[in-house]
Design a protein around this ligand. Sequence first.
Ligand code: B3M
Ligand code: ZN
Length: 341
Amino acid sequence: MNAFKRHTVTAALPYANGPVHIGHLAGCYLPADIYVRYLKARGRDVVFICGSDEHGVPITIRARKEGITPQQVVDKYHFLMKESFEKFGIAFSIYSRTSSEVHHKTASDFFKKLYDKGVFDESVTEQYYDEKAQQFLADRYITGTCPNCQNPNAYGDQCERCGTSLSPTDLINPVSALSGEKPVLRETKNWFLPLDKLQPKIEAYINKHSDWKPNVFGQCQSWLKQGLHPRAMTRDLDWGVKVPLKDAENKVLYVWFDAPIGYISATKELTKDWEKYWKDKETRLIHFIGKDNIVFHCIIFPAMLMSDGEYILPDNVPANEFLNLEGQKISTSRNWAVWLH
Ligand code: B3M
Ligand code: ZN
């Protein structure tokens, strides 16, 4: 550990769609805070980065339900969460947000650089389109009957009754949640990160880190064993960071492309010396996360960073499994009074 000159410690950017939860606090933010305090007590140079993750489909769904704009949704929860963290004494060096101008520019430039390097595969696929609402439908905006258990209210990405993960074309009698109409399939072009081609490099990287927590290392190994597939880094949606290309009207960056870049943009906002925290091999980069985010931090984000070529890679990714409260798991804690605000 003494080989490192400085540390960049990040804590997962909470999604600005609801308040902070005690499970998040205990599983991610508190351990990160303790670790940072320890480093500081030892006189280490450390930045502790966090902020709100403010893009993606669930925010647009909530806005629609509540009859407000996505911006209003994220404004509400960003400030609420920022305050909760302050009250709990979590001492981030900065708590930023992905709707900031710096972030939009950083994420957009990051994408453009990979595009210019020829990293992405361009590919046309068929997606459901709502002719009445005149827009492509995110998976969550399509409901229909589950082919597995016949639940009539399954979503285009998953059936919440039987847990099967689905793709929208699996649904029987698909219906658009926007208009209630039957959607039609239409062609659309998107840009894919070729994780299949990058697999050897990712594998070599993961294999150097058998010291990671067994749940994290094990999950990475199981993804690799199944074989990685190209993954779309752009989406037909109107909420997010605009895709900086001419032929990409009404498209934004995939939320899991832009969110981890949020760590970089927040560091930029914090200090003009941001590059040494992200590009110097003597910096140790550590991501504290929840278990659902392992693949994004251990495989997809490193693949993005490798494709850029200038960045260091995460050196450790402590991910929490779940927290027990009075003997019960609280990761699914609807019944507990655990919302902190
Ligand atoms: N927003 C975590 C979540 O809310 C996600 C983390 C992003 S970290 C770059 O599930
Ligand atoms: Zn089902």
